[in-house]
Design a protein around this ligand. Sequence first.
Ligand SMILES: Cc1cc2nc3c(=O)[nH]c(=O)nc-3n(C[C@H](O)[C@H](O)[C@H](O)COP(=O)(O)OP(=O)(O)OC[C@H]3O[C@@H](n4cnc5c(N)ncnc54)[C@H](O)[C@@H]3O)c2cc1C
Length: 411
Amino acid sequence: MSANWSGTVIFRDEQRVAPSSIDEMQELISKSVRVRARGSAHCFNDIADTSATAITFENMPSDIEINKDNQTVRVPAGMKYGELAVALNDRGWAIHNMASLPHISVAGAVATATHGSGVGNGNLATAVKSLELVLPDGSLKRVSEGDVDFLGYVVGLGLTGVVVNLDLAIEPTFNISQTVYRGMSRESYAANLDEIMSLAYSVSYFTTWAAAGGGEVWAKFKSGTTAPTELFEAYPATSNRHPLPGLNPEPCTEQMAVGGPWHLRLPHFKMEFTPSAGDEIQSEFFVARKDAPAAIAALEKIAPQINEILWVTEIRAIAADQLWMSPHYQRDSIGIHFTWKKVDAVYEMVKVVEATLAPFNYRPHLGKVFSASPENFASVMPKLNDFKKLIREIDPDNKFGNDFTNNLLGL
Ligand SMILES: Cc1cc2nc3c(=O)[nH]c(=O)nc-3n(C[C@H](O)[C@H](O)[C@H](O)COP(=O)(O)OP(=O)(O)OC[C@H]3O[C@@H](n4cnc5c(N)ncnc54)[C@H](O)[C@@H]3O)c2cc1C
């Protein structure tokens, strides 16, 4: 793995090491001057890069342990959500949500506050009840909900220690059915945003920012709820859809209101296929849910510029949480996501989008492309100083840092 998933970040690793036990991991970390954990390398910025030692998890044990009394599962850090989900569902359990793809590692997704959708659903990191980490001196530490600074450790950007396993909240397995509504204009979506995003357990709105033609609402209903036969001017699709206009829907999870287990409906993409376009760059910005209609109206002014280099935009809802470095910290959020074409113009366009969203105090997705200065980032992340203090205590020699985190946090 010398590059990230989309090939847009070439890793500069001096060496890559894949320990096969926690003991080996501890020894490696204690003897290293600088190390960086790497998950499945699906981030679109340099957050997972290092110029020293990259630690990967493919040789670590992959068993899960369910605790029925606490309703938690202990998960090895490098496990993919897709693998975890099958193992959980086979035993009658579920986690509360999934990202659009099941291919990502649990620890990597948690470290960047990866999310799915749903007005009542926190991001994936909100399921964490406890973490076991290797600290810079090689010692092991378990941090659990209720412990001092737990809320700072979870969305750790790879800086709070190398996570070896996580306890996640689980619930009895549930079924979801997915209906795609076509012909939803942005105007109508923005005007009825709260109602549409609250329609189902998880809802996404897709648009290309084209002047004409409607977008699509992808609604994932928990069993027991019935999909309406129309949604404002939008109507249920009569065949399966891909979120990117014109692409074959085969890689997508089952639609057309066919019920099935949560893990085969909540992600948009199936585990056995390449998700999304592949040939792409992603960025995403979060605003308060109440500000989302105005933020969409502001983006309308640059819609033609966006459309020129865009595959598709996805708009999702994420419930507020208490995790210090979560972009959804104490703010019910709407994520405005851009799947861009893989062209250099994206990096300048991202700055235009950021300038447009600045009046709404947008917070960036930590694993996607953004250009915020440390000052700008600090101004929208209320717990940043507490997080920096925590990292200085955990890792005074900055063993786990890289250029990306040093720049972003001003370390
Ligand atoms: C096609 C596609 C679709 C996507 N869809 C979504 C989506 O629906 N929602 C969303 O929010 N995001 C989405 N993303 C972004 C993605 O989920 C995040 O970038 C996520 O962080 C990827 O996890 P990873 O395991 O690949 O992390 P990596 O890129 O490998 O690493 C990310 C960070 O986690 C840290 N890390 C990894 N493992 C550990 C560990 N064991 N201990 C400590 N730190 C660790 C790394 O140091 C790094 O800082 C998508 C990405 C792609 C490519």
